[in-house]
Design a protein around this ligand. Structure first.
Ligand code: C2E
Ligand code: CA
Ligand code: CA
Length: 662
């Protein structure tokens, strides 16, 4: 447009078509102002991308306004020449600022608010330096010659430089968007492609048109249109924000999390759950609850650093993703004492606590969908008492394993897929296998074989041991009856009873009804109890055992030598049998110091009328030593491992003949 203005004695004369060109700028100004106003009044996601988008809108607005002003300045008679020159130069600068900012914006969209790589800043700075060079060059020429009289080769040079910077910036943005297209959603991809291509065409046509002496001032207008498109399709923060807390929502968590997973780099998820929300909700209603969540989220957000975000996963669960363990640790450090100050709702102060764990991805899990499960598992595994408890990898893995085992136990109860194995017990006096111990086996489809040492304590904690115990007793009694074990020379079957089972009010009627159902005499069942240190249950256990004993059951003290059993314990409890724990037996075999202790114990036990069983007998040498020590029964791998029913029957049939018996 500027070419059409004729220099007239130092004053510009007005040419009406200039205003037609300027109307493109005017439209660009209107569009940018609309986007800017919308942008200001709408919700925003804090972050690099948002700040860059604001730079883009303001840059476009300033560029269009300067161009518009320049047209007016050089068109109105009497306006100083320097002002027109200055406005033109500033317009060039603002235009290039938008182009360079778009490079960084496109990268920010691709890397989605994560750290923008250094190379991006290098490219942007280089382009910007070139642009400054172009603008200085243009300014010098304009002031030296006056706009209309700049020699053509100079004009081509500086315009080439300025439009060139813009073109290269757009082409660069387009290329990285194409290269990194898999990282972009379809809408984002199309937006960057469109913005870059559309503006590249605009720059090119404007540059060519000027060379053909045909002025076309569309570049700012093209910028504004593309900006508007980005605004309506891309900048939709409400899609990714949680209304209640102001944190990002789960959708955002999933999207960003999957991008991180795709990148293959490990990352850390700090996941937390607010504890007392049910109480808050029931006393203050949903509004009160929401107020608390908002306050909690604000406290967590205030401790975040640049490029770190808080996500609300669901109800009371929040998460933050970190690039490194150090970042997480620093954040956890900053979160210390986060709930020291109570949260106030309706003038009531509420003390909040939360449970938090850090989940290493992909080390602990590579499924984002599992994050909430892991918090739940971990929650189930501990008692919350502190302000904020944080779990490490081992605790989380343990919690998950626990939960999976718990699930396997429930499945086995429902489908009756537990199995009882039997380990023969050798009677020294009779030189035969007169008894056995029933040992439970759990084989899960997914977890495989689970040791009773692992699943029994879990079943005890969740109360399932009662159901499990019923199964064992039923299974053993059925076995005794259907295979007529008595006729095969078996005089007792040991059944393990955990203390929790013993304390159950229905334990005695339960066992008795099962025995009756299968017509098994009480003397056939021997109950094994492990010594316990729990003083609270001492009296109760004592009365239960006395009751069982007076009802005709024999009782063994299991695992003697590992725990807390004292002589007093042996006297006060009605034990018929003491089972020396394998650890004690092995210690006796390997450490001289144990010899006098056991040799001292044996006559004492016998004088109390208790029989002694040695467990963990693995060698001929052990058999000899334990027999001479005075043990009444021997049990261990030397004779047989715990085996399934049919194998056990076979074993009895041959009277353990494959073994080299003592
Ligand atoms: P426990 O009652 O002390 O059972 C003896 C354990 O020692 C068994 O382990 C048995 O396989 C193992 N064992 C026997 N002889 C030898 C040997 O010579 N060498 C070695 N290394 N080990 C030997 P298992 O079957 O894994 O059972 C572990 C524990 O789980 C049992 O210890 C018992 O406390 C509990 N348990 C098993 N079945 C039941 C059940 O039906 N109810 C309850 N409440 N607890 C059970
Ligand atoms: Ca036992
Ligand atoms: Ca034992």
């Amino acid at each position: 447009m500027f070419e059409s203005i004729m220099l007239n004695g130092g004053n510009y004369s007005v040419k009406p078509q200039n205003f037609i060109y300027a109307s493109f700028d005017l439209c660009a100004i209107i569009l940018s102002v609309i986007v800017l106003i919308n942008y200001i009044i709408s919700k925003k996601i804090e972050g690099t991308k948002t700040r860059l988008f604001l730079t883009l809108i303001i840059g476009t607005l300033v560029s269009a306004a300067l161009d518009f002003a320049a047209v007016i300045a050089i068109s109105v008679t009497g306006c100083p020449v320097w002002l027109g020159n200055l406005l033109i130069a500033l317009n060039y600068l603002a235009y290039n600022v938008v182009g360079v900012a778009f490079v960084v914006y496109a990268v920010a969209v691709i890397y989605d608010n994560a750290k923008i790589p250094r190379w991006c800043y290098v490219v942007a700075n280089a382009l910007f330096a070139l642009s400054i060079g172009g603008v200085v060059f243009a300014t010098v020429c304009l002031f030296k010659y006056g706009y209309g009289s700049v020699p053509n080769y100079l004009k081509v040079s500086y315009e080439g430089l300025i439009y060139g910077v813009q073109f290269v910036a757009l082409a660069f943005s387009l290329s990285i968007a194409v290269i990194k297209r898999v990282k972009l959603t379809k809408v984002r991809r199309i937006n960057i492609y469109f913005f870059s291509l559309f503006n590249m065409i605009a720059v090119l046509s404007q540059f060519i048109a000027r060379r053909l002496n045909f002025s076309m001032q569309i570049s700012n207008f093209a910028l504004a249109i593309a900006m508007m498109l980005i605004y309506v399709t891309l900048q939709r923060p409400e899609d990714e924000l949680d209304e209640v807390s102001g944190a990002f929502n789960k959708r955002s968590f999933n999207r960003r999390g999957h991008m991180r997973l795709d990148s293959g780099k490990p990352f850390w998820i700090f996941a937390m759950e607010v504890n007392n929300m049910t109480v808050v909700n029931s006393s203050f209603g949903l509004n009160g609850g929401n107020q608390v969540l908002k306050e909690v989220a604000e406290r967590f957000m205030a401790r975040l650093r640049k490029n770190q975000h808080l996500y609300r996963l669901s109800g009371v669960r929040f998460a933050v993703m970190f690039d490194s363990k150090e970042d997480y640790e620093q954040y956890a450090e900053r979160c210390k004492g986060i709930f020291e100050k109570p949260v106030s709702v309706n003038e009531t102060e509420i003390h909040i606590t939360a449970l938090a764990c850090v989940i290493a991805v992909p080390e602990v899990t590579n499924k984002l969908s599992e994050v909430e499960d892991l918090i739940r598992y971990y929650r189930n595994s501990i008692n919350v008492s502190e302000d904020i408890i944080t779990a490490d990898k081992d605790a989380i893995l343990k919690a998950r394993r626990r939960e999976l085992v718990d699930y396997a136990i429930q499945k086995a109860i429902n489908n009756r897929t537990f199995e009882v194995y039997y380990q023969p017990i050798y009677c020294v006096k009779d030189k035969s296998f007169s008894g056995c111990e029933a040992l439970l086996r759990l084989k899960d489809e997914t977890l495989g074989f689970i040791s009773p040492d692992e699943f029994i304590p879990i079943a005890e904690q969740n109360g399932k041991i009662i159901e499990v115990g019923r199964f064992v007793i039923d299974e053993v009694c059925r076995f005794i009856k259907t295979e007529r074990l008595q006729e095969r020379g078996i005089t007792f079957v040991d059944i393990n009873l955990s203390v929790i089972q013993c304390m159950h009010p229905e334990i005695i009627p339960d066992i008795e009804s099962t025995l009756e159902k299968y017509e098994v005499p009480r003397s056939m069942v021997n109950l094994e109890i492990t010594e316990t240190a729990s003083a609270g249950s001492y009296a109760m256990l004592q009365s239960k055992l006395n009751e069982l004993h007076s009802n005709g059951f024999t009782i063994s003290l299991d695992d003697f030598g590992t725990g807390f059993a004292s002589v007093e314990y042996l006297i006060k409890f009605p034990f018929d049998v003491v089972k020396l724990d394998k650890a004690l037996v092995w210690a006796y075999m390997s450490t001289k110091k144990y010899e006098p202790i056991l040799q001292h114990y044996m006559p004492m036990l016998h004088s109390l009328g208790t029989k002694v069983v040695a467990e963990g007998v693995e060698t001929q040498q052990m058999v000899e030593a334990l027999v001479s020590l005075g043990c009444d029964y021997l049990q261990g791998y030397y004779y047989s491992r715990p085996i399934p029913k049919d194998k056990f029957l076979e074993f009895i049939e041959n009277n353990g003949e494959e073994q080299n018996l003592a």
